[in-house]
Design a protein around this ligand. Sequence first.
Ligand code: UD1
Ligand code: UDP
Length: 358
Amino acid sequence: MKIATIVGARPNFIKLAPVSKQIRERDIDEVIVHTGQHYNYEMDRIFFDQMGIAAPDYHLGIGSGSHAFQTGEMLKKIEEVLQKEEPDAVIVFGDTNSTLAGGLAAAKLHIKCAHVEAGLRSFDKRMPEEINRVLVDHCSDLLLCPTQTAVDNLKREGIVENVHLTGDVMVDAQKDCERIAQSESHIIESLGLEIGDYYLATVHRASNTDDPQNLRAIAQALLELDDVVFPCHPRAEKCLREFGLWEDVSRKVRVIKPVGYLDMLVLEKNARKIVTDSGGVQKEAYLLGIPCITLRESTEWTETVDDGWNILVPPGEDIASAIREFQPRHERQDVFGKGRANAMIVDLVERLAGPGGS
Ligand code: UD1
Ligand code: UDP
């Protein structure tokens, strides 16, 4: 049996790690296709190196560009690879342009496609990822949902067949790396941080970075806080520089390059609070029990808000006060599963890809 896994951006690599491990443990032939959407060492290779992911069999080298350029180029090149390799199934992860291109290319070639992290919805169509999620879910043959909310979202759109609640692969990734992160990461010492006494910030959503007013409001809020560590996504760096905010922010805030997954887990675990617009980081904050302030109007990880561990604060509001004042009230629930989503996912993909699979 041959399975093609298609990835391209940082969150895709993190979700691939536990799934690829499981595929290889079963001696299934895996072909890893990397679109090249992310390419800086700290956005790309570091995750393969640290998480033990095999080097991609195909690197398509697409790089940055507009949505249409990126998705179109990926679609053409992924199609060529799939035609050559003829896998029994394709797996795509999350909601990036690489996910959409992989899902569409497979569907048009009538290759069975499994979507890991199916059913997520923010109900905000201005978010490019929301469009990717909806389209990939509607062209996939196997819908692998991290939460019951995701299963319910698909049901509302009429998708009820081949929908499975697997739990979240990011729980698996975290469990796999927690111990090694503890022993191998020295980020707390090297940045001279006090445990539990700093804010961790990440910002990269287009709606925040590309809009000067929103980015200025976020920068202003970070400047009002003491001890902020900000692993800065290249998109945010580019926009901070373009809007003349870089000098001020980097003078007061500890702006660092994006960090690898091991350092990130340690930074998250020891933070006083996390300020983010990332999907994955919101979820990790919840899993680690760190209060999270999300700089957005909506979230696809609604359970984190419903349970009172995450609040939505769009850049138009008083972000700094919200960050200072927010205190979670309730117990956390076990909404993302206990780990081992990867085993269930590969069981289901094997069934899909096997003779007569559906
Ligand atoms: C993409 C995903 C987003 C995900 C994010 C994770 C889409 C539509 N968006 O957003 O869902 O949350 O990745 O990080 O797929 N850049 C570099 N080097 C890199 C990567 C990016 O310099 O290695 C810069 C380029 O200027 C590029 C910009 O960042 O134009 C945006 O990159 P892109 O992959 O288009 O979108 P992200 O914002 O990273
Ligand atoms: N992450 C990381 N280093 C960083 C920032 C984020 O390893 O500097 C990890 C984070 O721990 C999470 C994932 O990247 O596992 C989230 O990806 P990202 O924020 O890029 O995208 P999103 O989840 O919003 O799609």
